[in-house]
Design a protein around this ligand. Structure first.
Ligand code: APR
Length: 311
């Protein structure tokens, strides 16, 4: 058994990346390496975060760098590099620009950390996970995307706000691609084990589902100069935590599905078991016809995006 500290690299030291470094360090998941193309910026943020450690009382070495050599032998790499959405821009508009960025980043990460687990955050998410998988050549259990945890967290938040109950007692279940085609499943969403349809009329559930679907855009419209970062980074770090601590949590992630759900070889949002083996299992649940149709629509949207990418 190795008692060596784990190493988490976060690529992109912008809003999502720096906040991910913050959550990871504060949870003492391991040492953190923050890398960006902008000179000085990751170094400055890393030093600032290190200086928070005596105040907050966490032990983690945090370094900032522009050199991929410093990322060597990472256990988990969270990729947030890319352009964020601006108002009026869909995640798909980011496709071509972020494909180039994720490709370049993944090549270097794979070279220095050939055994790492990759958690992709850059959008359009499901397509960027595909790019990272293709470029790294890593097995599919080591490449995944953060979307479902965030989408479920948004749904949980809205349910808790509506019912005036603790978010801790709310669970939510979402499937499908990250974006406008995500498929929240109210009948598998509960408050202290009570299914949502027993607690709210269908039109109220539909309103919360709609707000969840537009959860990212709602924040983009408020911020005007960028996209959400607290909840996305917390979500990515919770996935890293489940892997690093072998917690075997069941989380909705963009995972590789071939026969599973009849997807045919794409990364889409499905419930998975996350442990020391990365994506240890894709959990298949039976879907009602309308849920199946909504999931298929979501898978089709992911496929059409991926087909636009030339790798
Ligand atoms: N290598 C490393 N870092 C890069 C590269 C690259 N090739 N290209 C861009 N970056 C960095 C930028 O310099 C910037 O600091 O990625 C960072 C992105 O940070 P922000 O612009 O603050 O964007 P952020 O809000 O963090 O979103 C990042 O996450 O949620 C998604 O849609 C969002 O794709 C976007 C990503």
């Amino acid at each position: 058994m190795s008692l060596k500290r784990k190493k988490i690299t976060v690529v992109g030291a912008g809003f999502v990346g720096a906040t991910a470094a913050h959550w990871a360090a504060a949870k003492e998941l391991g040492d953190v390496c923050l890398i960006d193309i902008i000179e000085g910026m990751p170094q400055g943020k890393a030093l600032d975060l290190m200086q928070a450690s005596p105040v907050e009382g966490f032990d983690a070495a945090i370094i900032g760098t522009n050199d991929y050599k410093d990322t060597a032998d990472s256990d988990v790499v969270i990729i947030t590099a890319g352009l964020p959405r601006k108002p009026g821009m869909s995640r798909d508009d980011l496709l071509f620009k972020n494909t180039e960025i994720v490709k370049a980043v993944t090549e270097k990460i794979a070279k220095y950390s050939p055994n790492a687990f990759l958690i992709i955050v850059s959008n359009p998410l499901d397509a960027m996970v595909y790019v990272a998988h293709k470029v790294s050549g890593f097995p599919t259990n080591r490449v995944m995307g953060m979307a479902g945890v965030l989408d479920a967290a948004r749904f949980r938040t809205f349910i808790a706000m509506e019912l005036n109950v603790s978010v801790e007692d709310v669970t939510a279940f979402v499937l499908g691609g990250h974006g406008d085609t995500m498929v929240p499943l109210p009948r598998y969403s509960t408050v202290a084990g009570i299914p949502l349809p027993d607690l709210m009329p269908p039109e109220k559930i539909e309103a919360l589902v709609e707000r969840t679907r537009n959860g990212g855009a709602e924040i983009v419209n408020l911020l005007k100069t960028g996209s959400a970062f607290f909840a996305p980074s917390a979500s990515a770090v919770s996935m890293a935590e489940s892997i690093l601590k072998d917690k075997k949590r069941i989380m909705p992630c963009a995972a590789y599905c071939d026969k599973e759900y009849g997807v045919g070889g794409y990364f889409v949002g499905v419930p998975v078991k996350l442990g020391a083996g990365g994506v240890e299992q894709v959990i298949e649940i039976s879907l009602l016809p309308e849920e199946k149709a909504a999931f298929q629509k979501s898978v089709d949207a992911v496929k059409s995006l991926v087909q636009k990418i030339n790798l």
